[in-house]
Ligand binder design. Structure first.
Ligand SMILES: Nc1nc2c(ncn2[C@@H]2O[C@H](COP(=O)(O)O[C@H]3[C@@H](O)[C@H](n4cnc5c(=O)[nH]c(N)nc54)O[C@@H]3COP(=O)(O)O)[C@@H](O)[C@H]2O)c(=O)[nH]1
Length: 724
């Protein structure tokens, strides 16, 4: 209540004095004496009135008589003590006993004046007490303001979301706010006197030291840098901070010793704040990772791959080195994804990634290009053999079965390779050409690798024109079927004819499969193309079979896309039946890789065809990936030795060793063997001597039109008739 009373607000205001006595004459005399000295005096006639006034008005000083009826001076003093403790008390009394004086002083009186008083002495005493009171009050005011200010600043500094600190000239903490504890676990007191290195990540010490010592650093030009601070205890759990620091200008901070109040006496030379930006940094890092990586496999994505490839090309150009880009596409991934579900598909992609990574060197970049496509950058290669070796390793590593819960699945990989600078001088060309090469692998039976060559490339406008032309060719029946004889090695008789497609292009003349077959496969026009070829071949060869060449065999090439089609067997049988062609005269040619791609399904289909008397030949034998164990158990009738092995014969017995091995193996498995690409008498004689059953190649003639074959067969019949 007392604090609510109006107080004197400045020392220059007249001090307010209450004069208390039960004798009105004495009160008036004293009041007029004090008034004459400029004090603001209030008169109280007796103890009761004094207490009432103490309840309503504020006084700086009360002059109180001790002996008063009803409420005496001690009671008034007690009331003041209770209501206005800051009011000074002077006792004016006729009592002169030591006990009374001592009691008054003990109750809080500041002085004691004995009646009758000497006016000068009284005024001097009042002046002294009022002066002291005023000083005390001023001191209390300053103290109160200081405490408030200190509390306010402490609150502001400690509730700051940032760490606030001061360092001495040597970089030792001399102040640090309590935020350090909640962010990093240190108590401010334990850090005081310690160098800032104590909490700074070792990797950032040099930068931190350099920033503080920068020549142009000042309060107007502070340094801001991002650094890592160690959390207490675990040195690995660093957090990121954005620190702003500057030297303290001496004129702006004069109370500069013992800043933390711990007696260490360090002089603050730098002021700084540190804002925790860990979450922002982590979010940035995640966004950055997401922008440049595939989240499922955690591999670099297309964007990062292209970036690295661009750099690698620049480096290779400067260092005159080669590099290789591989385009990998998983075989059968789609089937597994569709049948076992996407979660399994995702797991499979992760396992594939692990296996592929296991085959790479430091410095290679494997990326997930999308879906089941991966790209691989091999910088600084010496030659194609290096790359082939890696490609073989990648194919081999993916060949082993993958265990997805209770499912054991098999996949393969088709790899297209573009080598810089031969297969492209820039990033887009290299990727595109590796992709084209990969497509050629797919079209030729998958699970293998091929280097890009110019003949594979069809520029996009050309490609669109060709696609349009091919569609028209199918409508306008521009495809032709040519036949290449397969001749019995011992009798020289034509025992079979391989049907080979040609396209009689209205402007470009006769085109060969290499010019359009890849496109037909990519555009899925291969189905229609095959249908037309098979119908025509069944008509032509069926006619020759019926006209006397009853054992004549028709060999047809099948694209992997056709063989993998679920209705492959039905469609093939429907077509030969529709053309009234005897199934026993048909031999289908498929590559090893087509079989190995989906062993279970394909074996089933081959068994069905074999049960209908259709013969099965493995084309290009020796160039793909097959397991002899499976071949042995499949209903295969013929192995066709690839041309490349036959060509090697001209170089002598050493180079012919593969042909020797294949023929020996075919004999062991009791299979028919056809050597293809035979061009010379030397090759023919070598193969004959080996025991090769049939020969196909330019030696006996290239693929020819039906009319030419018709003539050939007629001649043969005539010869047979003459010799018979
Ligand atoms: N799915 C289909 N694929 C087909 C069809 N027609 C052909 N093809 C595939 O195209 C490949 C290339 O065929 P082609 O250009 O006709 O070449 C064949 C022969 O001309 C060639 N050959 C034969 N003998 C020789 C020789 O002595 N030297 C030499 N340099 N080349 C020769 O080889 C090809 C036949 O090989 P192969 O099939 O392995 O017996 C062709 O390989 C088919 O895959 C089709 O209708 N559908």
């Amino acid at each position: 209540m007392a604090s609510e009373l109006t107080k004197r607000t400045s020392p220059s205001e007249a001090a307010r004095i209450l004069v208390v006595d039960d004798e009105p004459r004495l009160v008036d005399a004293l009041a007029s004496l004090l008034n004459s000295c400029g004090y603001d005096v209030t008169e109280a006639y007796g103890g009761n009135q004094a207490c009432e006034l103490a309840d309503t008005s504020h006084y700086d000083l009360a002059l109180i008589d001790l002996r008063m009826p009803e409420v005496d001076g001690f009671a008034v003093m007690a009331h003041f003590e209770n209501r206005q403790p800051e009011c000074g008390i002077i006792v004016i009394s006729g009592e002169s006993s030591f006990t009374a004086v001592s009691r008054a002083l003990r109750r809080g009186a500041l002085d004691y004046i004995r009646k009758p008083y000497d006016p000068e002495e009284l005024i001097a005493t009042v002046k002294g007490v009022v002066g002291k009171q005023t000083l005390l009050k001023a001191h209390e005011d300053v103290q109160g303001r200081l405490e408030k200010s200190e509390a306010l600043h402490r609150y502001i500094v400690n509730s700051s979301p940032d760490i606030v600190f001061m360092l001495d000239a040597h970089g030792r903490f001399c102040f640090i706010n309590s935020k350090i504890e909640s962010l990093l676990g240190y108590k401010p007191a334990e850090l005081c006197g310690k160098h800032f290195r104590h909490i700074l990540d070792d990797r950032d010490v040099a930068r931190g030291t350099y920033a503080l010592n920068a020549p142009d650093i000042s309060a107007d030009n502070p340094r801001t840098l991002e650094i890592r601070l160690k959390t207490r205890g675990s040195r690995r759990a660093n957090r990121y901070f954005e620190v702003t620091a500057f030297p303290i200008a001496p004129q702006s901070w004069t109370h500069n010793s013992n800043t933390q109040g711990d007696g260490s006496g360090h002089k603050a030379c730098y002021y700084g704040t540190a804002r925790d930006v860990t979450e922002r940094k982590e979010a940035e890092a995640f966004i950055n990772f997401q922008a440049y990586h595939d989240l499922l496999t955690r591999l670099p994505n297309r964007a990062l791959f292209k970036d690295r490839l661009e750099l690698a090309i620049t480096h290779a150009r400067r260092a005159k080195q080669k590099l290789a880009v591989m385009f990998l596409d998983l075989d059968r991934f789609k089937v597994i994804n569709d049948t076992l579900g996407h979660a399994m598909g995702d797991r499979l992609l992760q396992s594939v990634t692990q296996r592929l990574e296991g085959c790479l060197r430091k410095g290679d970049t494997l990326s997930r290009f999308g879906g089941d496509e991966f790209t691989l950058l091999l910088p600084s290669i010496h030659g194609k053999e290096d790359v082939s070796q890696i490609a073989r390793k990648l194919i081999k590593t993916l060949k082993a079965p993958f265990q997805l819960d209770e499912h054991q699945v098999f996949i393969g990989v088709s790899i297209g390779i573009a080598v810089y600078p031969e297969a492209g001088s820039n990033m887009d060309q290299l990727i595109q050409n590796a992709d084209i090469a990969m497509y050629h692998v797919k079209a030729r039976g998958k699970d293998s690798y091929r280097f890009f060559s110019e003949s594979m490339s069809i520029d996009s406008t050309h490609r669109l024109d060709l696609e349009r032309d091919l569609r028209m060719a199918l409508e306008r029946s521009e495809l032709r079927v040519f036949y290449q004889p397969q001749v019995c090695a011992s009798t020289n008789r034509i025992v079979g004819l391989e049907a080979l497609v040609r396209w009689q292009h209205p402007e470009r003349g006769l085109l060969y499969p290499r010019d359009f077959l890849g496109l037909a496969e990519e555009t899925k026009l291969i189905g229609q193309l095959s249908e037309q070829v098979l119908n025509q071949a069944c008509k032509d060869v069926g006619h020759w079979v019926r006209s006397g060449h009853s054992d004549l065999r028709l060999a047809v090439n099948l694209s992997p896309i056709e063989v993998e089609h679920p209705r492959f067997v039905e469609t093939l049988i429907e077509r030969i039946n529709a053309n009234d062609f005897p199934p026993g005269n048909l031999e289908i040619e498929i590559t090893e890789n087509v079989i190995m791609n989906d062993l279970e399904q394909i074996s089933q289909k081959l068994r069905e065809l074999a049960s209908l008397n259709v013969r099965i030949a493995i084309d290009d034998f020796g160039t793909g990936y097959s397991s002899l164990n499976y071949i042995h158990r499949l209903p295969i009738h013929t192995l066709k030795v690839d041309q490349s092995f036959v060509k090697a014969i001209r170089n002598g017995a050493d180079d012919a060793c593969i042909v020797n091995a294949i023929v020996a193996m075919a004999h062991g498995l009791k299979l028919q063997i056809i050597a293809e690409g035979v061009e010379t008498i030397k090759q023919l004689e070598y193969l004959r001597a080996l025991g090769c059953h049939q020969i196909q190649g330019f030696f006996y003639g290239p693929a020819q039109s039906a009319a030419d074959i018709n003539n050939l067969l007629m001649q043969t019949r005539l010869q047979n008739a003459v010799s018979g």
